[in-house]
Design a protein around this ligand. Sequence first.
Ligand code: TRP
Length: 331
Amino acid sequence: MERKILYSAVQPSGNLTIGNYTGAIRNWVRMQNDFDCFYAVADLHAITVRQDPATLRRRTLEIAALYLACGLDPEKCTLYVQSHVSAHAELCWILNTVAYVGEMERMTQFKDKSQKHADNINMGLMDYPVLMAADILLYQAHYVPVGADQKQHVEITRDIANRFNNRYGEAFRVPEPYILKEGAKIMSLQDPSKKMSKSDENLNASVYLADDRDTIIRKFKRAVTDSGNEVRAAAEKPGITNLLNIYAAFRGCTLEEAEREFQGTGYGDFKLAVGETVADALAPVQEKQKQLLGDKEYLAGVLQSGAENAFRAARKTLSKVCRKIGLYRGE
Ligand code: TRP
């Protein structure tokens, strides 16, 4: 049976957290067995906010190595860097002519980022969703796995695809968001009412995938807890609940099993156990990532054949689109 096509991408900006790991990365790895997956490092999206060139270059490679270290298998899926396949920028230009300024101005992320980067509201920032539509539509994706914050982008992609198909004839499959059966959301260690974020200013709030063992354990020791002394999940215990969720996610057990395990344990010992569990789980990934980053030739090879694969698929869509809209391509 033909496998369904799945498309996703991650920006090489900021340092990934354990929330990205349990919420996104591990799912990408799982899904490569069931779908025909295209996974991109979205460097063209990243430059819509100011990036230091050397850092951007380093992070692009680090993210690719991280995904491979987590188990993405280049034999099973297509892993590549967005800017290596020029069809993304080309299709984006064409889709710009069917996307409306008004609808882009209304996008939540555009409004947020315009506030945050008031000194750099560039055209690319507003065009971000159109480039994302180009990413997805080029590969005729059935599904796009995204978290809640990106759902609006998949909606606009569907609108753009439908509008194009209606105006010029069928060129795109209209994709569906693929809502992940996520485990519990991972919250900030310093304020469990907030999602753990890679851009949190409080460095103790987030545990990064790149943190070493001592840092991880220290951050968990400093995690805010709740009044009382019982380790159990409850609405009035958001701090402890968050830690239990993290433990369960890294142990691969249920919340109830985690609660049972720590019945009668004090907060201090519990936090140490969570820290150690997370550090133990990340150690082999970090080791593998380091090893991959030490073999630039291998990494470059994987990304190059990924880009070639992606280009082959993208080219088909792009030439169809060019034909439909009347760009002269010879007789
Ligand atoms: N905007 C996405 C994010 O920040 C990254 C992304 C770029 C993406 N292109 C995509 C995600 C296409 C899904 C499909 O998370």
